[in-house]
Design a protein around this ligand. Structure first.
Ligand SMILES: Cc1cc2nc3c(=O)[nH]c(=O)nc-3n(C[C@H](O)[C@H](O)[C@H](O)COP(=O)(O)O)c2cc1C
Length: 226
């Protein structure tokens, strides 16, 4: 236990691990990451998460084929957006981008080789609130807000156990085909697809913008230095 990474080390080194070994992940670890996922908060403790653990080779391949098509369309759109950008990226930004795209392309090509895919789904709930003329209709953000804490717990637990994982959503471009293939009822939404396996690379510090650049104090636009 003394060698276990602490919470901050886990959070600060929780990279998307897109290169995974095909070696199996024991069921006990899969139960463990799902158990930790379900410790997350949810609105009214409704626990709307449902998990579909996918290990069947043909099913993984079916999903990978669609994910890859989605990734290729995404890259195409982003290349166009990058070409149209008014300000070119710095050399560091461009290098980081190339690294990410290379890893993400690897994932798209090899997704089906991940020993486990966890499809995180949601049982949506209607709010049926009494009307208020000043209020907006309930935002879907409120529904998804009850799922992503569980997804983050899942990712943190993978990292704590030395398992690599990536939060992905590109499968949503083909969600209906995937739902049909897996027999997912119409009312259930799939939210995230997380490939899990033993990582090829090592965990390391994540790159994020300094908090001063994304934090305002008391009013939008009022910044402070530390
Ligand atoms: C909502 C969401 C959707 C994402 N979808 C994908 C995806 O479809 N494919 C992928 O390779 N990465 C996906 N990512 C991972 C991000 O690209 C990644 O977290 C980000 O680039 C930061 O890199 P890091 O996690 O290695 O620090 C997604 C992340 C989030 C939060």
């Amino acid at each position: 236990m003394a060698d276990d990474p602490g919470l901050f080390e886990i959070m600060y080194s929780l990279r998307s691990m897109r290169r995974l070994k095909p070696d199996p992940v024991p069921d006990a670890l899969i139960w463990k990451i799902l158990d930790a996922a379900t410790r997350a908060p949810s609105g009214g403790n409704t626990q709307p998460w449902r998990f579909l653990v996918i290990r069947d080779a043909a099913t993984k391949r079916f999903i990978q084929e669609r994910y890859k098509r989605g990734w290729e369309r995404y890259v195409q759109a982003n290349l166009q957006a990058a070409a149209d950008a008014p300000v070119p990226p710095t050399a560091d930004e461009a290098a980081a981008r190339v690294k990410m795209v290379t890893a993400a392309t690897h994932l798209a090509d090899h997704l089906h080789e991940a020993p486990v895919m966890v499809l995180v789904c949601m049982q949506p709930r209607a709010m049926n609130l009494p009307p208020d003329p000043e209020s907006q209709p309930p935002s879907p953000a409120a529904l998804y807000a009850s799922i992503f804490p569980a997804v983050q717990n899942l990712l943190l637990t993978c990292r704590a156990l030395g398992l690599g994982a990536t939060l992905t959503t590109l499968h949503l471009l083909y969600e209906q085909s995937i739902k049909d293939r897996l027999g997912i009822p119409a009312e259930i939404q799939s939210v995230a697809l997380v490939p899990v396996g033993w990582p090829v690379g090592t965990f390391g510090p994540v790159t994020r913008a300094p908090i001063e650049t994304v934090t305002f104090w008391d009013a939008w636009g009022t910044t402070r230095t530390r």
